[in-house]
Each structure stands twice: as structure tokens, then as C-alpha cells.
Design a binder for this molecule. Structure first.
Ligand code: A3S
Length: 138
């Protein structure tokens, strides 16, 4: 998993059009979202990533969230942080598990819909820990 974390004063997104053959249904993950004080986690699933990687990633994000105290953690599927992408079916599953493991740790988590092009507005706080990147691999 390649993660880009932005602590955002404001983050909003809107799904525009499908980007893969079978995009996630918009009843599962909401088509739009609008958040204040969010930890946005742009998440790229790489080849070889599995549930154990999602587990370790959830622990790392929990630690960061404990320091930053965001109101919401937004898991945002993002296919642009690696050149070794996992296929969509695997990526969808790993991201669902990642979000669920964050919820198990007591965090409020929203997950943006998988397989869509989305518009977004991102306002970064700019404090020293407001931009972080993490790579979690097997
Ligand atoms: N390995 C992977 N890791 C994370 N997300 C992945 C993925 N493979 C496919 N996706 C999803 O499908 C859209 C098109 O690639 C992706 N959409 C996006 O990345 C939007 N932000 C628009 O660019 C994403 O939802």
C-alpha cells in the first residue's frame, strides 16, 4: 500500500464517471462527501498487498490519527502513487478491509467510491504533520 496522508481543514469530493469496467455501486460508498478536519488517506494498492498489509497500514494510520485527532478518516482510492498496481478486484477488497480495520480501532471512517473519476477540493492545514506518506509492503 502506498499512502499519501493530508490533514485537511476541508475536503470534499464528488464522483463524476466510471473509471473501470465494474465501478463500485454508489449505494455502498457515498457518491459525494464533504468533511472538516479530515485525515485524507490517498491509497494505492500494490501488487502483493493483502489483508496483513491492510492490518499493518491500519495500525500506522491509527497512530497518526491519535496525534492529529481528525473528526473523520477518509480512505480515498487513488491509482496514482505506484507503477505496480494491484488489479481492481484485489484493490477493492484490500481497501474495504483497510477501512474496516480502521473502524475496528474506533475511528470514524468514510471510504470514497472505488473505480470512479472524482472531482475534489482539498484544503491542507499546513502544520508540520499535515502531509505524510507511508509505504506498507509484505
Ligand atoms: N490499485 C489500485 N489502488 C487504488 N485504487 C485503484 C486501484 N486500481 C483501480 N483503482 C480505482 O479505479 C480507478 C481507476 O483506476 C481509480 N480512480 C482514481 O484513482 C481516482 N482518484 C481518479 O483518478 C481508483 O478508484
Amino acid at each position: 500500500l502506498r499512502l499519501l496522508l493530508i490533514h485537511a481543514k476541508r475536503f470534499s469530493y464528488k464522483a463524476r464517471e466510471p473509471a473501470v469496467k465494474e465501478p463500485e455501486s454508489l449505494s455502498e460508498a457515498s457518491a459525494t462527501g464533504d468533511f472538516e478536519n479530515a485525515l485524507v488517506v490517498f491509497s494505492t494498492v500494490e501488487q502483493g498487498d493483502d489483508e496483513s498489509v491492510a492490518e499493518r497500514a491500519a495500525s500506522e494510520i491509527y497512530e497518526t490519527a491519535s496525534n492529529l485527532k481528525p473528526s473523520t478518516v477518509v480512505v480515498y482510492p487513488y491509482a496514482h502513487l505506484s507503477s505496480e498496481l494491484a488489479p481492481p478486484t484485489v484493490a477493492m477488497d484490500v481497501l474495504r478491509k483497510f477501512a474496516d480495520k480502521l473502524r475496528e480501532r474506533g475511528l470514524r471512517v468514510e471510504r470514497a467510491p472505488f473505480g470512479w473519476y472524482k472531482e475534489f477540493v482539498l484544503e491542507c492545514y499546513g502544520h508540520p504533520l499535515s502531509e505524510l506518506s507511508k509505504t506498507i509492503r509484505k
